[in-house]
Design a protein around this ligand. Structure first.
Ligand code: TNX
Length: 546
């Protein structure tokens, strides 16, 4: 049946079928249900119109621009009440009855119509991605779109990709490209790691020195190769995003169905803050510099001191952040807070005593609770790295476990929602090959099959019927050794494509060798079309390689 479908398709769009395999479903991530019929395809040409309901006008423009880019056809956009002619149509319909789940879309095509139905923007955007994957990557005057029926929705509600812009900063244009990558792969959250020891990257109007001072360091990474150890020179490096740029990015993402979650990492990882405002540190008289090297920075002070000025600062900053970002969740970091500086500081010890905090873990929890309180006043909830559970928090706090699965399991047992992001296999800063000449990366080995075969729901939680606490998963892209956009792309492709299927597709419909086939038919040509770098040797390296 597939073969005869393909031959009809090929007869009409003879050029476009070259190189296709015998399966008509080349879509990544694999949809819930896909049926193709033998009817003749819908012909798209420059008369074709995009007919969009009021809710989807922005997505109509988004689709038009993508079609222009991909096919060289710029279609007119109409609303359903404008008089329709005999031209073919791509219909973007708002529908809550058939599209009865969040982020769901139906895509049906036949005769002269391609119709997509969705109840929300994200669902419509997902439909658009599928539609584009069913079209060739060539400039054509006329193309045939196969007659299909696709009903599709995600396995997990949270599907995230993170990007660290502190260790290296990337231009706004690249952040938009990154958001396009997320949209293509049907992710719905961009976790933007905006602050760390090596640079504060977000304009804060009430504390201008955060960017005047905190955004700059005196070291630049040179060399990206494993066989040449990382070297630095002492040129000034840095930069930041203005609030205007941030708003532009948020809006760009929203049109693409993506929520932007900012992370302001406290009370550790705060060296850039104390370089700008030493009064918030346990050693206010020291001249701290923004960190010039990587690592946990244990031995050098990077923690906030619990004094009134610090809490005033945190309240003001988090309120400004809450006003800027529409996201329901704000990430407050909370990872790797070194306790030694609190232990060594008499003022901190006095503060702990006065507030009945028996140890430094309780002080850390105190920080998290204060900040959660400031955010609650702005109707925001918090996400934090798993260390925030070293104390008792109320269960609205979402936990991102970066160690192993075990911290995620522990959090779910305490009835916290969990976003699984264990280092193994979801740290995309780790190596994807054992090739000694591979580009420089950090510690572990997370090849494509490890990512593809990852199950965000541990069996133990399933048995305990606690799996409902798993919201989804996220891969993290720490950029110590990613000094430019091409290196980021090299590290995320095709692993991010693999993760998209983990998060979207029913496990019963997953198959690694078929996935690799689709990477070749669908993704490799697109990586090239986008001008993106990627790791080409993904079939060679697997977890079995020692
Ligand atoms: C640990 S994971 C960190 C980051 C580093 C990363 C390198 C986490 C929450 N903190 O600061 O960039 O390791 O893999």
């Amino acid at each position: 049946r597939w073969l005869s479908f393909l031959s009809v398709l090929c007869a009409v769009v003879s050029l476009n079928c070259q190189g296709q395999t015998s399966s008509p479903n080349n879509i990544v991530p694999n949809p819930v249900s896909f049926t193709a019929t033998q009817e003749s395809p819908v012909i798209l040409n420059k008369q074709t119109r995009i007919v969009a309901d009021a809710q989807y006008q922005d997505q109509a423009i988004y689709l038009r621009d993508l079609l222009t880019n991909q096919l060289g056809l710029t279609l007119e956009i109409a609303t359903p009440d404008t008089k329709q002619g005999r031209h073919s149509k791509i219909v973007l319909a708002h529908d809550t009855i058939e599209a009865n789940r969040p982020e769901m879309y139906w895509l049906e095509s036949g005769g002269t119509v391609i119709r997509m139905k969705a109840r929300d923007v994200a669902g419509m955007v997902h439909g658009i991605q599928t539609l584009l994957q069913l079209l060739p990557l060539e400039k054509e005057k006329q193309v045939g779109f196969p007659t299909v029926e696709i009903k599709d929705y995600p396995r997990f509600a949270y599907r995230g990709m993170h990007l660290d812009v502190s260790r290296h900063i990337f231009p706004v244009e690249f952040l938009k490209k990154y958001i396009d990558y997320l949209a293509f792969h049907k992710f719905n959250n961009f976790h933007w790691h905006l602050t760390d020891d090596q640079g504060w990257r977000l304009e804060i109007k009430s504390y201008p020195k955060l960017t005047e001072v905190g955004a700059w360091r005196n070291s630049t990474l040179i060399g990206h190769f494993k066989d040449t150890p990382a070297r630095y020179d002492s040129t000034r490096y840095g930069g930041f995003y203005t609030q205007e740029q941030v708003q532009d990015i948020i809006q760009y993402a929203a049109i693409r169905g993506i929520n932007v979650i900012p992370e302001i990492d406290i009370p550790g990882h705060s060296r850039a803050i104390i370089a700008a405002y030493p009064e918030f540190s346990t050693k206010p008289d020291s001249a701290w510099q923004v960190a010039n090297t990587w690592g946990m920075y244990n031995r050098q002070n990077n923690v906030l001191a619990p004094n009134p000025a610090t809490f005033q600062f945190l309240e003001t900053v988090f309120q400004e952040v809450a006003d800027l970002f529409p996201s329901e969740y704000i990430h407050i970091g909370g990872d790797e807070c070194s306790k030694m500086w609190w232990k060594a500081d008499p003022k901190t010890q006095a503060f702990m005593k006065a507030n009945n905090l028996k140890d430094e873990k309780e002080l850390q929890t105190y920080f998290i609770k204060q900040v959660s309180g400031y955010l609650a006043k702005k109707n925001k909830k918090v996400i934090g790295w798993h260390e925030i559970l070293e104390g008792q928090l109320d269960t609205t706090a979402v936990i991102m476990n970066w160690g192993g699965a075990k911290e995620g399991i522990a959090a779910a047992k305490r009835h916290h929602p969990v976003i699984m992001s264990p280092g193994n296999p979801l740290y995309f800063d780790n190596y994807q090959s054992k090739n000694p000449k591979d580009s420089l990366a950090i510690h572990g080995y997370n090849p494509l099959d490890a990512v593809y075969n990852f199950n965000p729901v541990p069996a133990e939680l399933q048995q305990l019927k606690l799996d409902k606490y798993i919201l989804g998963a996220q891969a993290n892209v720490w950029t110590e050794y990613m000094g430019n956009p091409a290196k980021v792309e090299y590290m995320v492709f095709p692993r991010m494509s693999g993760l998209s299927e983990v998060l979207w597709t029913d496990p019963k419909q997953k198959n690694f060798s078929d996935f690799k086939r689709r990477v070749k038919t669908t993704l490799v040509p697109r990586y090239a079309f986008w001008g993106s770098a990627y790791f080409k040797d993904f079939e060679r390296w697997t977890v079995a390689d020692k």
